[in-house]
Design a protein around this ligand. Structure first.
Ligand SMILES: [Zn+2]
Ligand SMILES: [Zn+2]
Length: 140
């Protein structure tokens, strides 16, 4: 992926970032599942200050103050994930890319929380938690 661009569902919010992509993958954790109302979500990290935004974002800050999820206030589309423990990163959703087919996932994260009716058949590494806290799960 070169220059990255994306938008929300209604188009009121657009973003662009020069890259590079720091990591990319699928997250099966329950908080991503709840926030996106989807069985898992696919996103990627970029340097937080590298993203240019057009349009206003609303946000939801978790009660412990550690995780911020930003979304379009008009259509409700999830746009970012930011966590205190990755202060220089913003995670953007693959599905918000103008060209989502360009997304290149590198693994499955929080695979221990995967829903039993989601069947994954790719050969990507599967991590029980996040890539920097866990070894890949054995082949299954
Ligand atoms: Zn919108
Ligand atoms: Zn997650």
């Amino acid at each position: 992926m070169g220059e990255l661009t994306g938008r929300c569902f209604c188009g009121a919010v657009t973003w662009s970032a020069p890259g590079p992509v720091l990591w990319a993958g699928h997250c099966h954790c329950e908080s991503c599942r709840r926030a996106t109302s989807s069985p898992f979500t696919s996103f990627f990290g970029v340097t937080r200050n590298s993203v240019s935004w057009q349009g206003d974002l609303a946000e939801y800050l978790t009660s412990d103050g550690k995780v911020r999820r930003q979304f379009c206030p008009t259509c409700g589309c999830q746009m970012t994930y930011q966590a205190n423990w990755w202060p220089d990163e913003t995670h953007l959703y693959a599905a918000s890319l103008d060209d989502p087919s360009s997304f290149e996932p590198q693994g499955h994260y929080h695979y221990a929380e995967k829903l039993p009716w989601v069947e994954i058949t790719d050969d990507l590494p599967k991590y029980a938690a996040s890539a920097d806290t866990a070894d890949p799960l054995p082949e299954q």
